[in-house]
Structures are given as C-alpha cells and as structure tokens.
Ligand binder design. Structure first.
Ligand code: MN
Length: 290
C-alpha cells in the first residue's frame, strides 16, 4: 500500500452566472481555496447541468481576452462553439475537451452551438483555468481539440468504474493533452460501493471535484456534489469510497512556485505585466474579433 495523501480541506462552491449561457458552481477560487492553492489549477467553473429551451439566438459569453494561462473546457452534455481573433473556430460536444493555450493573448467568444441552441437540451461542462510557468506565459496561442475517441479509458472495477485519462499517465495509459507543466487529469465515472485507490505523484498538488454523487474519504468525511477536496501534496495515492454512482474530476499537478498577479481574464506574475496586458488588449495587440 502506498503512503496516502490526506484531506486538507473540503471546499464548497459558490453559484454564479457567466454570460447568458453558463449557470455555474465555482469551488475555486473561493474563500477556502485561493488562486494559487492548488497550483497549477487556478479556477474551476462547473456549468449545469442546465436545461435550455430551443432558441434562435446562441447563448454564451461574448468577446473577451485571456493572457498568461490556459482554459480547458470539458463537455459532459450539449455542444459548444468557439471563435477567436486568430481565425480559429471549432465545436466540441459530449466527451470532448478543448485545451486552449491563451499564452500571449487571444480574444474569443464561447457560445452554445447553433444546432444545440435550435434544438435545446441539457448542457453540462467544466471550464478550468490552468496556469502557465512564467517562461511560457507569452507563448504563441494554440488549441488542442481533443475528441472523446482519442481519450483512453481505463477500467477500474468489475462494477463498471472507469477513468478517462485527459492528461498525464495513469495505469500505463497516457492522455492526449500536451501540458506545459506536469499534470494528471482524470474524468472518473465511479460506481457505488467501489473503494478506489488512485496513485498520484509525490509532491503533486491534488484535488478531487464531485460533479455528481458522493464519496467518503479515509478520515470518514462525506463529500457531496459541487464540493472540492484538497489533499496534501505529500503521499503517493488518494483513497476514497464511492457512496453512490458518481461523476468525479481528479486534478493533480506539480505546483508552479511563482508569484501570481491577476486581474479579470489575465493571470501574470507581476502587476506591471498585468498593466501591460490591459494596454495590449486595449490597443488590439491580442487581436480583434468582429
Ligand atoms: Mn474565455
């Protein structure tokens, strides 16, 4: 048995609305979990599940910039479309992941797809903000459009529990995402009654978010929907019992031990870099989206 990571705290989510298309719960950042507390992960927005009636006008978030980090969008249900100032655009649906490196800067919009808007239905997605090491903050923006078919799935029990490996290596399977710092990201679908032990590297910041269902940790704490468990970086595995069929997201990674200065959609290392980001956005240097 590996030395287990223990629970540091359990963070609750705050409800919020992003644009007119995303009704979210946000466990991070929050009063309990600050912007750098689970570095390299900065933010977790869990949108939905929300039922949308058929409509003509696409809902979502209008044009806005980013610099200095990555946005990772995992779609669980529904379909999203994005469009940015470099001319890139794309569509992702259930099971797909979009890993966008904003780097030096992009200006984009994030909307429900036209087809989803017209037929209506349930939308559920997670958007993460993942920090970039200082030396990569001004890297050229890029997208990784990771389709469900390219995400390896690993069976974890005869009850049907499985993990999809989005980033990092788990049980000999390596996820397709390229990352700028070492990360393990698992989409877990866990069956009631399973006792799971998941190896996570020593020194990695480690957290587990419950999208649906509930789990119980080694210290007998029950974690419910929309709560985020922060574990110690020390230890080589996490262990928990699945109390009901659950949908979980494991986020772990080597901490980026650098100062954070943030303002709205910009996450840099210093205040001066933030001022530069605002000036560059205002003068159109991050591009313009008509
Ligand atoms: Mn965005």
């Amino acid at each position: 048995m590996e030395a287990l990571k223990s629970v540091v705290l359990i963070g609750k989510s705050n409800p919020a609305q992003v644009g007119d298309g995303f009704f979210i719960r946000r466990p991070m950042p929050s009063a309990a979990i600050g912007l750098g507390d689970i570095s390299p992960f900065l933010l977790l927005d869990h949108a939905g599940p929300t039922a949308f009636a058929p409509a003509k006008q696409r809902r979502g978030v209008d044009v806005h910039p980013h610099r200095g980090f990555e946005t990772v969008t995992i779609v669980y249900e529904g379909e999203l479309e994005h469009r940015d100032s470099s001319g890139s655009s794309g569509k992702i649906s259930a099971g797909d992941v979009q890993w966008m490196t904003a780097g030096a800067g992009v200006v984009h919009e994030e909307k429900h797809s036209q087809a989803f808007t017209e037929r209506g239905g349930t939308l559920e997605m997670i958007q993460l903000w993942v920090n970039l090491p200082a030396k990569h903050k001004m890297t050229t923006p890029k997208y990784q459009e990771i389709l469900a078919a390219h995400i390896p799935s690993v069976s974890l029990s005869d009850k049907g529990t499985f993990a999809r490996v989005i980033a990092g290596t788990f049980e000999g399977h390596t996820g397709p995402a390229f990352t700028f710092s070492p990360i393990l990201m698992l989409d877990l679908r866990a069956k009631s009654g399973d006792l799971l032990e998941i190896p996570v590297d020593e020194g990695y910041n480690t957290s587990l978010y419950v999208l649906k269902g509930s789990v119980q940790t080694e210290d007998q704490r029950k974690i419910k929907e929309a709560e985020l468990i922060k574990f110690t970086a020390t230890g080589r595995a996490i262990r928990f019992e699945v109390l009901e069929d659950s949908k979980l997201l494991l986020l772990a990674g080597e901490p980026i031990q650098e100062p954070i200065s943030s303002y709205g959609p910009f996450v840099m290392n210093t205040k001066m870099e933030i001022q530069q980001a605002i000036a560059d956005f205002q003068s159109g240097k991050m591009g313009i989206l008509e």
